[in-house]
Design a protein around this ligand. Structure first.
Ligand SMILES: NC(=O)c1ccc[n+]([C@@H]2O[C@H](COP(=O)([O-])OP(=O)(O)OC[C@H]3O[C@@H](n4cnc5c(N)ncnc54)[C@H](OP(=O)(O)O)[C@@H]3O)[C@@H](O)[C@H]2O)c1
Length: 257
């Protein structure tokens, strides 16, 4: 049986992946939808034409990943696509945040993503794909969003290296690096702080980010960056010393931009 696994499928970008892939991928028997909110997953499953299986679980718990791996094993499933969307960010100055929320980002955005990827690769075949949600926050350090940006730099670096390692096995990895996307992400992220006000001018629709990510993954591109301003930021982050960019960003923040 061929399956597609989507973590973070109950909301935002993960849910959009499920919706856009539904009705395509004829040779995939089931979509496996993973997140903590069972009701939201069930509501999504009802809307989909594809057969689904729901895994209402916290993937930062080892027993959840054990159960998911066991289900793949017992079903003799081949993982055609693994999509890692489960993640959160907390804005605000590092010293003022609850340590539990800061380390929680590392556990979910990095550790759980890495652990699940490691567990699923043995169930992949030539032509299988991995899509990991990084972020444009991966491109440079972000004061006021320090831990989140660091976790996303990890996802980008990890995914690119893994993609190189798996090329010969015919498994392709795409790291998705959008700027701000219009999802419930900001309900959590902005509860404790804010980022640059210009963010609202670069806000993308989840549908656009996901459509491009699927296309980039199909064409085996290692990185997917949606929209011109974010591509410009990516280029800038490679061409200009980060200290200079951070200085400009600090000035912009002072001026409320
Ligand atoms: N929105 C943006 O601006 C943006 C930009 C760049 C990158 N990203 C990245 O894109 C990914 C998806 O974000 P989004 O915008 O779609 O945010 P979202 O709407 O808040 O979705 C986050 C998803 O993660 C799931 N999740 C959270 N904690 C979990 C846990 N412990 N175990 C299992 N699932 C968990 C949530 O479901 P439950 O609460 O039901 O568990 C939800 O489905 C994240 O990695 C985010 O960092 C977002």
């Amino acid at each position: 049986m061929n399956i597609i696994i989507i973590t973070g499928a109950s909301s935002g970008i993960g849910r959009e992946f499920a919706r856009q892939m539904d009705g395509h991928f004829d040779r995939t028997e089931e979509f496996w939808l993973v997140a903590r909110s069972r009701e939201k997953l069930e509501a999504l499953a009802k809307d989909l034409k594809h057969r689904t299986r729901i895994f209402a679980m916290d993937i930062t718990r080892e027993e959840s990943l054990d159960a998911l791996e066991e289900a793949v094993f017992q079903s003799h499933a081949v993982v055609r696509i693994l999509i890692g969307c489960a993640g959160y960010g907390i804005m605000g100055s590092f010293c003022e945040q609850e340590p539990r929320l800061e380390t929680g980002m590392v556990r979910l955005n990095c550790e759980a993503l890495t652990d699940l990827t490691h567990r699923m690769i043995p169930y992949m075949r030539r032509g299988s794909r991995i899509i990991q949600m990084a972020s444009s926050a991966a491109f440079l350090p972000q004061p006021g969003f320090a831990v989140y940006a660091a976790t996303k730099a990890y996802v980008l670096s990890f995914s690119r290296a893994l993609g190189e390692e798996l090329k010969n096995a015919g498994i392709y990895v795409t790291s998705v690096c959008p700027g701000p996307v219009d999802t419930p992400f900001f309900d959590i992220a902005e509860a404790t702080g804010s980022t640059l006000a210009v963010k609202k001018y670069t806000m993308a629709e989840a549908s656009r980010v996901v459509a491009l990510a699927l296309k980039d993954s199909y064409y085996r591109r290692p990185v997917s960056v949606c929209s011109l301003p974010i591509k410009a930021l990516w280029a800038l982050s490679k061409a200009v010393p980060h200290s200079a960019i951070l200085h400009v960003m600090a000035q912009m923040k002072k001026k409320g931009l």
